[in-house]
Write a protein that binds this ligand. Structure first.
Ligand SMILES: *[C@@H]1O[C@H](CO)[C@@H](O)[C@H](O)[C@H]1NC(C)=O
Ligand SMILES: *[C@@H]1O[C@H](CO)[C@@H](O)[C@H](O)[C@H]1NC(C)=O
Ligand SMILES: *[C@@H]1O[C@H](CO)[C@@H](O)[C@H](O)[C@H]1NC(C)=O
Length: 385
């Protein structure tokens, strides 16, 4: 009589252990106290603007109501990531006015590459803040923010706590400009492909550096289908046979995919070399390509035409960008945005609209495009199960 209740209560305990263990291992969400981002214009929230002048209106018109350091009519994927993990939008590390780094900082600048370029911004449009420079800035940010934090007062309300660095999510979206800069400087496709191992070695060095300083959760975007972007379609000569049914340039998208295969291998290697960290590789390429491919199905139109631009087959002109002025038949014309940016994918010929960024974020947030397939909020976990 006495053993019966004990058996069933042991059984009950076993059951509850089984049921609670799963959530503990796989279903609990991470608490990311901060977000640190590295990248190019795909995730620049004010870096290049702070250093070299504000991105002009109508950038920012759909959400911020004014230019906000972003090359878009509104928010970027990194903004939706910040919001998705319950943090404020990221200020740019380079921005010295009115910024608050309590919950992270953004080291990305428009035009950034992984590898240092041998040209200046005014010569080629590529940023001097390549990924190695962003990494040095991060090193400075850790040491100097902690020195300032210890001074107390207002610094405690503007800078992260020491333990935020190990708990933070580290996001990356960089590589596209390394590939396009190769083409723009006259390299052949084979030469661009030959540069990929060096690009990824330099990428690896930066991730290792962050790991050494305590970083444990890495969320790495692969590169998008830049063969679908007006600035590539317009600038680089493409033969009709090299265009896919969607209208994108196949050779450039092939190179993007080649880069992504190697990036995925690089992330696999990092996972082995840095066993205490969680790495999530996110296939941005497939999300963006499916949006462009099935634009109409998802409520978008003119998938290859810039919303804010001027002239040509793609509403894009290399000489005059979104917000610039052009003289046509003696009359000055402002390069304005299209009627309805919320139904467009490409903003200015190089970057995506807020609507497209939101769509892509909604695809990737639950892990459907990730390896391992872990949702954003669980990206501190090393395994999906
Ligand atoms: C810059 O020049 C150096 C020396 O010629 C070369 O090794 C390097 O690959 C070049 N970098 C790029 C991004 O082309
Ligand atoms: C900076 O932001 C954090 C949280 O977003 C807030 O608690 C803090 O008060 C802000 N600092 C200042 C000086 O406003
Ligand atoms: C500029 O003027 C020429 C000649 O009058 C005309 O053919 C052309 O359509 C005009 N272009 C624009 C954009 O108005």
């Amino acid at each position: 009589m006495d053993t019966q209740p004990r058996v069933s209560s042991t059984f009950f305990i076993l059951l509850s252990v089984l049921f609670t263990l799963r959530p503990v291992l796989g279903l609990t969400e991470c608490h990311f106290p901060a977000l640190f981002n590295f990248g190019d214009s795909n995730s620049d929230t004010g870096g290049l603007s702070a250093a070299f002048g504000q991105a002009p209106p109508p950038n920012g018109e759909s959400y911020f109501g004014a230019p906000a350091g972003r090359y878009s009519d509104g928010r970027l994927i990194v903004d939706f990531i910040a919001k998705g993990i319950g943090l404020p939008y990221l200020d740019a590390y380079l921005d010295s006015v009115g910024t608050n780094f309590t919950h992270g900082a953004n080291f990305a600048t428009a035009g950034s590459t992984v590898r240092k370029q041998n040209t200046t911004l005014s010569q080629s449009g590529f940023s001097p803040f390549s990924l190695d420079v962003q990494s040095w800035q991060f090193d400075q940010f850790i040491t100097r923010s902690q020195t300032a934090y210890k001074r107390g007062g207002v610094f405690k309300e503007l800078l992260p706590k020491e333990d935020y660095f190990s708990g933070a999510l580290y996001t990356f979206d960089i590589g596209q400009n390394d590939l396009t800069s190769g083409y723009f400087s006259g390299l052949t496709t084979d030469e661009v492909i030959a540069s990929i191992p060096d690009i990824l070695n330099k990428f690896t060095i930066v991730v290792q550096n962050i790991y050494r300083q305590g970083g444990r959760s890495f969320w790495i975007h692969n590169t998008g289908p830049f063969g679908c972007l007006p600035y590539v379609l317009d600038r680089l000569l493409i033969k009709a046979a090299q265009v896919d049914p969607v209208g994108c340039a196949t050779p450039f998208n092939d190179v993007a995919q080649q880069f992504n295969r190697k990036l995925k291998e690089t992330v696999d290697q990092l996972r082995k070399d840095l066993p205490l960290a969680a790495f999530t590789y996110v296939d941005i390429y497939s999300a963006k390509y499916s949006l462009i491919h099935r634009a109409r199905k998802y409520g978008f139109e003119h998938p290859l035409r810039a919303c804010c631009g001027y002239g040509g087959a793609y509403n894009y002109n290399q000489q005059v960008g979104c917000g610039g002025k052009i003289v046509v038949n003696g009359t000055e014309v402002l390069v304005k945005s299209c009627q309805n940016p919320s139904t467009r994918i490409i903003w200015d010929g190089v970057h995506y609209t807020q609507a497209a960024n939101k769509w892509v974020f909604d695809q990737i947030v639950n892990g459907a495009f990730s390896d391992p397939p872990i949702p954003l909020k669980k990206a501190c976990r090393r395994e999906a199960h």
